[in-house]
Design a protein around this ligand. Sequence first.
Ligand SMILES: Nc1ncnc2c1ncn2[C@@H]1O[C@H](COP(=O)(O)OP(=O)(O)OP(=O)(O)O)[C@@H](O)[C@H]1O
Length: 248
Amino acid sequence: MISDAAPASSAPAPDPAARFEGRGLLCIRGERIVFGDLDLSMAPGEALLLLGPNGSGKSSLLRLMAGLLRPAMGDLHWHDGPVSADPERHHARTRYVGHTDAVKPVLSARENLAFWARVCAGPDESAETLAARVDAALNRFALGHLARVPGRMLSAGQKRRLNLARLLAAPAPLWLMDEPTTALDVGSIAVLEEVMAEHRAGGGMIALSTHQGVTLPGARVLNLDDYAVDAVDAWGLHVAAHPEEIAP
Ligand SMILES: Nc1ncnc2c1ncn2[C@@H]1O[C@H](COP(=O)(O)OP(=O)(O)OP(=O)(O)O)[C@@H](O)[C@H]1O
């Protein structure tokens, strides 16, 4: 056990009616159909475990869910409307932890988290609330003693823990996590599992890709291999249907 603080508090209350769904999703990347006809559905407290071999589309699906990539067909929507109708609202409800740790090298660990907390904060959240949440998040991932260390001096595992601490410093209902245990030691994986369980117990949702064992009790498994598409012709598509990437 490496955590040394209570869970970060003062997070916005979850919406028990929240529901996130995708219907008939088709993903094309680099002129290749990665997967097609994929449906998904998530309710408060639920987790989705994305499995499949290299290149099967786990990262691509997470990027679609995050709104960083557009589906070539199909749509993603919340209970109160399609993602495409209000991308900013979707981003406010979503936290994406990708392969690349979004750690600014010249800012200290605390400054990195404070930046994220401020960017994602609601209009009524005070500086004191945000500072308390940042410190709790740092301590939860055993980074308190590294709070003043610049991002460039953190090890790979420490950067990954700082990236994960963003989930607590800037709370949101839907966590999208691409191989989040990469570079983590055993103790840090245990903390992550606790934090994910608490998020779900509070009504949060998690979609997570992994090649390693991660304890995510009761998670539904979505194997991307089941949605592989061999022939573009099967969809009556031309390569011109290939959508633009929204972000790198
Ligand atoms: N930026 C990109 N441009 C074009 N094609 C891409 C891009 N990123 C990924 N792809 C392709 O999309 C397909 C799915 O890749 P993706 O990264 O989603 O798979 P993955 O299941 O997450 O793989 P891994 O287990 O190796 O992380 C692969 O064929 C890959 O070559």
